[in-house]
Ligand binder design. Sequence first.
Ligand code: NDP
Ligand code: HSE
Length: 445
Amino acid sequence: MSAARTEDRTAGAEDRTVRVALLGCGTVGSQVVRLLREHADDLAARSGARLDLVGIAVRDTAADREPWVPRELLSDDAQGLVRRADVVIELVGGIEPARTLVLAALGAGASVVTGNKALLAAHGPELHAAAEASGADLYYEAAVAGAVPVVYALRESMAGDNVTAVLGIVNGTTNFILDEMATRGLGFDEALALAQELGYAEADPTADVDGHDAAAKAAILASLAFHTRVGIDDVPVAGIRSVTAQDMAEARDAGYVIKLLAVARRVGDDGARGISVRVHPALLPATHPLAAVRGAFNAVVVESEAAGRLMFYGQGAGGAPTASAVMGDVVAAAAHRVGGGNAPRESVYAQLPLLAPEQTPARTQVQLLLADQPGTLAAVAGIYGANGVSIESVRQSRPAEGESQARITIVSHEANEAALARTVEQLAEEPRVREVLSVMRVEGE
Ligand code: NDP
Ligand code: HSE
């Protein structure tokens, strides 16, 4: 690019500076430094001010860093750095010291950009209140689905519509594992080992495979979608450890795929108006748009009254994709510093109740091992009927030669969760039911 064009684009920005402090220089932070340096002129033109990186807080200032990270900016004094900035980018992760640092930044009037879903899902109200009190911005696009701009979509683009449901594949590690199990027939342990080898899963994969990372993201999405405070403790969660290669194969044969879903729904007006938020593995019809999300990709489907169905898709993790989301927020926060204005404030005016299971509709697939003798199926159907749960389909696989047990798969129509749970309890007690093999929710149309 010629010098003349560069000057043209950054005209006016040269005499204004926004001081940026970066907390954390790991997978995402190091890519933020790269984008800040490589795109300095464009970022100045878009923000209306030069973004001056005043320091980078890390734990170990002596550790090796990417070659573009200026060593002279490294510091182990994160608190001191926060006091010298107009915009603080928090990419440390976890609760402490991130919470204290973010509150210090907001308290001092600096805007904060963070990718920290765990912090937001546990302490969101406190952070939003601190931003409002000081007039600073709080941005967090990178906290849900990495590069995919779903926070902006819910917080700003859809502010004029009424969202009815959000369904998301918001954890790339588990989607990769389930995809390997589905397409290559790997068992869970084998697929997890591969995810670790390829750098998707951490050495301690608990937050991903047990669903806690997805639950934090579900809480953030539900809060935005329904203008209601939802925290991580409000989200019932089941991970993917119990999903087997056989579950995968049977799902495929029945026209489904199994995905770990974050599901948030607004439920009816019949005296039970409220929201249901949860994370669990679910069967999705192979024709559903989320069924096509492969590998470590993320996608979120938003359903709303006026817009209908929208889908957001892309890379939900990784240094550069996540840094892209962070930098979008930094440009917006810097532009507000220069030209005035604010990020939208926390919107929780609706405060819809979080519904108990008995008020929440669900469909389930139950797999049973049965005594293969007259009357067994009638007994099973009777238990469904007695609990007011209507059966949508029943499949029975032919018993092996000489085998006296039959395997059947029952998919219910929508019923409340409490009735479904009672049905499963009573099935387990029925003597002709040898074993309840699995219970899984069915989502999507
Ligand atoms: P990393 O673990 O790679 O980096 C963390 C950084 O924080 C390191 O530079 C570390 O310093 C620094 N740090 C840790 N503790 C302290 C402390 N007490 N004081 C100062 N610095 C500290 O994390 P990621 O880059 O992967 O993630 C950052 C955030 O982004 C997290 O909230 C994460 O959830 C979120 N995120 C990450 C994604 C990803 O793909 N990685 C995707 C979406 C969001 P040192 O280098 O010296 O150890
Ligand atoms: N570990 C997460 C994932 C990325 O696998 O999607 C950070 O949220």
